[in-house]
Design a protein. Sequence first.
Length: 530
Amino acid sequence: MKATPNTKAYIVGGGIAGLAAAVYFIREAGLAPRNIVFFEELDVLGGSLDASGDAMHGYLMRGGRMFEEHYVCTYDLLSEIPSLDDPAISARNDIFHFTWNNNWRANARLIDAAGGIIDSSKMGFNWLDRLALFKLLFLSSESSLGEKRINEVFPKHFFSSNFWLMWCTMFSFQPWHSAVEMRRYLLRFIQLFPQVADLTCVYHTRYNQLHSMIVPLQNWLNAKGVTCRTDTRVIDMDLLESGIGFRVTSLKTTRKDGSDERQIALGESDLVIFTNGSMTDASKNGDNTTPAPLSPTPLGGSWALWKTVAAKRAGFGNPDKFIRDVDGAKWLSFTATVRTPLLRKLIEGMTHMTWGREGLITFRDSSWFMTMHPHFRPVYPGQSEDVDIFWGYGLHPDAVGDYVKNKMSDCTGKELLRETYLQLHFEDHLDQLMAHSEAIPCMMPYITSQFMPRAKGDRPAVVPAGSQNLAFVGQYAEAPEDVVFTVEYSVRTAYMAVKALLEPKAKIPPVYKGQHDIGVLLAAARESLT
């Protein structure tokens, strides 16, 4: 269909996918910004790209995403968005300039139980590992894998290799996650194999991603006149079937507390963009003296709406496939605020890198399988020079710690810090570090739910067959060949949605395919032999 001067776009969900869709509606399709309306359940936009807090009360980031050279949709999106600090520099170029000037170089990617730095330049494969890896990479299609798990296609030894330890803590994979998703990641990032150990391939934002991406996007949209209704849920969609397909005819909304129910009728040319599902849904925070509780229900508005519409019509996916196994999808993260330069000096002495440029540090033998990420300062605009921030998470949240004899999931911020400092073997400085540090833990029941084993059709197509005005976007819509748990995936689905609804024959920037480059293949093969 073609947009008219009266075409309205209703965007359900204010995460990066929804924001990207709004930008593309304006920039690519010429929609009037006043005709674009967001419905967001939270009181802020940004979805999973969030950041909050201050030096006095402690900072909090539930997580963060890494970038690499070939995130073509993301960089295209940000190419005309002014950066937070300087309107003369785009948000895209701000990422490039910051990365080039402050690139990561991990000298302590893996740490052993004694606090020693492991030589992670060696992948640590045996021949059975290599055989399984190449077999998975060069399958004729992913459909033959069905709902197999990663540990069903790799031998036991593979999971003790340096490659797996670095790969899974970089991307948050677990052995029971989908082999299809693992294959997509291997293909999508095969060009990064030589840099998996030192992380020099990683691009990253100047500030946290709320301030480096979401706030600039929101500022741009607000200046254009886009409408945003926060604290608002869409609880249902009415569908009208016809001989040529179906269309959404109305949306039912309420305030987040269930009050003020409204029915919004859609015109013949109106469009709906829906971010179905949320990996950070039902997240709960603790504090320095309180654990973060696991509370997977009630489901948030995006999951509830997806379940509602999926029950109405085939082709809308299967949300239960992703949320039925909380223990398989959850992990615990924490954000530490450190008000002493001591930690910075100790980490720099260990890694021989400036604080923030080391990237990820994984404690290989930790019972919690814990990783910490010291953030380049400032992470937040206005952050004081005497405050440092690091972020951490554990892939084994129900294991008992090596030093703190408690499950990670039951730990307070103070206990998480103690375990981290002792894993680093900073015993001689423990009292001073603890006296000037606090941490906010965050339990996320569905954080890796998009990796759970699934079959074709469990994620709906961006524009389902027969749809005249509805598109799904985000981590639980299907973008063939690209990889979930990335900003690029969300932005790509938004681009696909806008183009498919308004310009069905338009071409989308292709996913980078390093496996078709003989140089990339040879470099990856050489790396696998180490």
